[in-house]
Design a binder for this molecule. Structure first.
Ligand code: TRP
Length: 334
């Protein structure tokens, strides 16, 4: 708890470009949470180097992601938006928790298995202990809730296991975090394979709408969206392509699927695709404009980076000192 509020923590990697899925499915819904929770949104650059990165590119992407959080509506005065690498407590706690995590547990992580297959030439120790760093991110702030996708559930589970193990030895040190199950927003599917989630790591650029795509690109991607040959507009699992288009239309316009179906009844797929495309263009426009504005205001962003790192450091250090004392490190003499 911080000032009587529960703590919410989430992190995103600065690799890949954020998509409409990240925006409509997550980011946009986070804006309303800052009244109820004390929120920390971290750009997890320490995690990024488990895969080889081009340094200048990583730095640029990390800053862009941080600005995108703000451009999407997260108020940096209410939400602590910061870089993981600016708060050394993440790495320090991670070392300690490494000593409370078993090789066998880490060996079972499906993401490690997937990534080892994908990066067979660089299966480094950081990739293996990635979940311990993620556990440290969460536990460092005594987080109560963590909004995560289904792909990160296993990592949240191991976080809880590590925290419970530590608490069983040393007393109640860590808050045991739970998955955030509030209004999670729509699940946006790929435009090229509507059975698959829209992903920022998809190799086909036509499968995803990126937050920074211009209007023409967005309209073109919707025109090319995979549908079916049934030639009727229904909201049904038997027509996943059409269902996805309606879903996108409804999340952004606030209309219900029934209203949308009525609106497009008897019309062609071309009409629907264009209407959805235009709705997306309109929804992303303010985000893109705000991003452009922030990009030019270096002093303002630098100020946020500094202040929020200080704030994160304050809370991180509080937990870290307690943990260091519990495991038997000597007290600091001032
Ligand atoms: N591993 C997460 C992902 O790839 C990112 C992440 C790092 C994270 N630390 C976190 C998410 C802590 C939630 C909480 O999506």
């Amino acid at each position: 708890m911080i000032d009587g509020k529960k703590v919410l923590f989430s992190g995103m990697q600065a690799t890949g470009t954020l998509t409409l899925g990240n925006f409509a499915g997550a980011l946009r819904n986070w804006v309303a949470l800052s009244d109820e929770y004390e929120c920390f949104y971290c750009v997890v650059d320490l995690h990024s180097i488990t895969v080889r990165q081009e340094p200048a590119e990583l730095r640029k992407r990390a800053r862009n992601l941080l600005m995108l959080y703000i451009a999407a509506g997260l108020d940096p005065a209410k939400n602590c938006i910061y870089y993981q690498s600016h708060v050394s407590g993440h790495a320090e706690l991670s070392w300690i928790l490494n000593c409370f995590t078993y090789m066998g547990e880490l060996n079972r992580m499906t993401q490690f298995k997937d990534k080892s297959r994908k990066h067979a030439d660089n299966i480094n120790a950081g990739l293996f202990t990635y979940p311990v760093l993620m556990a440290s991110d969460i536990l460092l702030f005594q987080s109560d809730v963590v909004p995560v996708g289904i792909d990160q559930m296993q990592h949240l589970e191991i976080t809880r296991d590590i925290a419970q193990r530590f608490n069983a030895i040393y007393g109640d040190v860590f808050t045991i975090p739970e998955a955030y199950v509030g209004k999670t927003g729509a699940k946006i599917m790929s435009l090229q394979d509507p059975e698959k989630k829209m992903s920022k790591s998809d190799e086909n650029p036509n499968a995803s709408v990126y937050l920074m795509d211009d209007a023409d690109t967005i309209i073109r991607k919707f025109k090319r969206a995979v549908t079916d040959s049934e030639a009727r507009i229904c909201y049904s699992d038997t027509q996943p392509g059409i269902k996805n288009l309606i879903e996108i239309y409804c999340t952004l316009s606030g209309k219900s699927p029934e209203e949308a179906v009525r609106e497009f009844e008897g019309r062609g797929y071309g009409d629907l695709k264009l209407a959805v495309g235009e709705t997306v263009v309109d929804a992303l426009k303010p985000v893109q404009e705000e991003f452009a504005r922030l990009s030019k205001d270096k002093a303002y962003i630098d100020g946020i980076i500094r202040e929020n790192a200080d704030k994160a450091n304050y809370y991180a250090t509080k937990t870290l000192r307690r943990v260091q004392k519990k495991v038997g490190f000597p007290e600091r003499i001032r």
